[in-house]
Design a protein around this ligand. Structure first.
Ligand code: PMP
Length: 388
C-alpha cells in the first residue's frame, strides 16, 4: 500500500523524482567544478523562464518573504513613496516590509476576491512621485490573479519601478519580464518552480540595478545587499568560484534539474497545461454547486483555486475527510475569511490524475457531509475539459 498522501496545497507542492534525486545526491563543495557549472546554468535558465535576456538573476538561500525583503531593501530608501496594490494577505506583507525600510506606503486594497481598478491605480500613481509599485500576481490567500500588464504600463508612464510578487505565479502563469517591462520579478523555489522550500529567486532589470547603484544610503540589510550578491552571481555565471555566504548546494543542484525540465516543456505549453487543469478544477467545483472566492472566473488563478466550504459542512470535518482519502488540501489564509474556504494548489508538475484525485476526494467529503449533489458531476465536468 502506498503510504504517501497527495500534497495539493499551494506550496510546497509535489516534486519531480529527478529533482528530489538531485537534492539527495552527495553534497559537493560550493567551489567544485560541477557545482559551479550547475549554478551558472541556473542563472542562464532563469532568464529563459522569466523571459528576459538582460535581467540580473539572484539565487539566495531564503524563502519568498526574503525575496520580497531583498527587493525592498535594495530599492527603497527612507521617505520614498511606495504604492502597494493589494489583493490579499501578501500585499499587506509587502506594505509591512516596505515600511521597515522607511518608505511612505500607500495601499490600494481590493475587496476579498476582487482586484483594484486601473482607474484607481492611475489616479493614485499620478498624485505624487512614486519610487515603486508592488503587485501580487497571484495572491495565494485569495486565489485572485491580477493582470499585471496594464499596471506595468502605468508604472512606465509615470516612471515608477515595478515589483511583481510572482511567488505563486512564476513558471505557472504567463510572465514576459522583458517584453512587459517589469523591473523585479521574484519567487521562491517551493511553488511552480518545483524545488523544495529554501531558495529566494529574483530577476532584476538593468534599470532597477541602475537605481540601486545610485542609492544615496547603504542598504540597511547586510544579508540582502545586492552589493554582496551581485559579484557572486556574476562569478558563477562566468564559471568562476566565489563566496559570500555558503550557497545551498543541494537546492541549487535541484533547481538546475527543475529549470531544465521547465524549459524542456516550453513556457507556452506549461502555461496552457496550468490553464487547462485550473479550468477543469474550477468548472468541476461550480458544477458541484460550490462557490469560488474570486468574484469572477476571469480573476481566478491557474496555480491555485480558493473555494468556499459548502454550507452546513464544517471546514475541519470536510478537510479531515479529504485527508482520509489521502489528499492534503489547505485551509483559508485571508484573516477576514479564514474559516470560510479552502485552497487547492495545482501548479508545477501537476497532471490530470492529480486533479481528478482531488475532485474525487472532494466528492467523497460532500457525500459524507450529506451535501445534495449527484455523485460524479464534478469528475464528469473535469474529464470533459481535460480530454478536449
Ligand atoms: N507571496 C506570495 C504570493 C506567496 O504565496 C507567498 C507564500 N505563500 C509568499 C509571498 C511568501 O513566501 P514564503 O512563504 O516562501 O516566505
Amino acid at each position: 500500500m502506498k503510504s504517501r498522501k497527495l500534497l495539493m496545497i499551494p506550496g510546497p507542492i509535489e516534486f519531480e523524482p529527478k529533482v528530489l534525486q538531485a537534492l539527495g545526491a552527495p553534497t559537493t563543495s560550493h567551489v567544485a567544478p560541477n557545482f559551479i557549472e550547475s549554478f551558472g546554468n541556473c542563472i542562464a535558465l532563469m532568464r529563459k523562464v522569466w523571459q528576459t535576456s538582460t535581467g540580473q538573476p539572484f539565487v539566495v538561500a531564503g524563502t519568498g518573504t526574503f525575496a520580497m525583503d531583498m527587493a525592498a531593501a535594495n530599492l527603497i530608501e527612507p521617505n520614498d513613496h511606495v504604492l502597494v496594490i493589494s489583493t490579499g494577505y501578501f500585499g499587506e506583507r509587502f506594505a509591512e516590509i516596505s515600511k521597515r525600510y522607511g518608505a511612505n506606503v500607500t495601499i490600494l486594497a481590493s475587496d476579498a476576491g476582487n482586484v483594484v481598478s486601473l482607474e484607481d491605480i492611475e489616479k493614485e500613481i499620478a498624485s505624487k512621485k512614486y519610487k515603486l509599485i508592488t503587485i501580487t500576481h497571484v495572491d495565494t490567500s485569495t486565489g485572485v490573479l491580477v493582470d499585471p500588464k496594464p499596471i506595468i504600463e502605468l508604472a512606465k508612464k509615470y516612471d515608477t519601478l515595478s515589483i511583481l510578487d510572482g511567488v505563486c505565479s512564476v513558471a505557472g502563469e504567463e510572465i514576459q519580464q522583458e517584453a512587459w517591462g517589469i523591473d523585479v520579478v521574484l519567487t521562491a523555489s517551493q511553488k511552480a518552480i518545483g524545488v523544495p522550500p529554501g531558495l529566494a529567486l529574483l530577476v532584476v532589470s538593468q534599470k532597477a540595478m541602475e537605481v540601486f547603484k545610485n542609492r544615496k544610503k547603504p542598504v540597511g540589510n547586510y544579508y540582502a545587499d545586492f552589493n554582496n550578491w551581485l559579484p557572486i552571481m556574476q562569478a558563477y555565471e562566468n564559471r568562476q568560484p566565489s563566496y559570500f555566504g555558503t550557497p545551498p548546494v543541494n537546492l541549487i543542484a535541484a533547481l538546475e534539474v527543475s529549470l531544465q525540465q521547465i524549459v524542456a516543456e516550453g513556457m507556452e505549453n506549461r502555461f496552457s497545461r496550468h490553464q487547462k487543469i485550473a479550468s477543469a478544477f474550477r468548472e468541476a467545483m461550480i458544477a458541484l454547486g460550490l462557490k469560488l472566492l474570486p468574484v469572477h472566473k476571469s480573476l481566478s488563478a491557474n496555480t491555485l483555486t480558493a473555494v468556499y466550504f459548502p454550507e452546513n459542512i464544517t471546514g475541519s470535518a470536510f478537510l479531515g475527510h479529504i485527508g482520509k482519502n489521502d489528499v492534503i488540501l489547505a485551509g483559508g489564509l485571508l484573516p477576514s475569511h479564514k474559516t470560510l474556504y479552502f485552497r487547492v494548489g495545482h501548479m508545477g508538475s501537476v497532471n490530470n490524475n492529480d486533479i481528478i484525485a482531488v475532485i474525487a476526494a472532494i466528492e467523497s467529503a460532500l457525500f459524507a457531509g450529506k451535501f445534495p449533489f449527484e455523485m460524479g458531476t464534478g469528475l464528469k465536468t473535469a474529464l470533459k475539459i481535460l480530454n478536449d
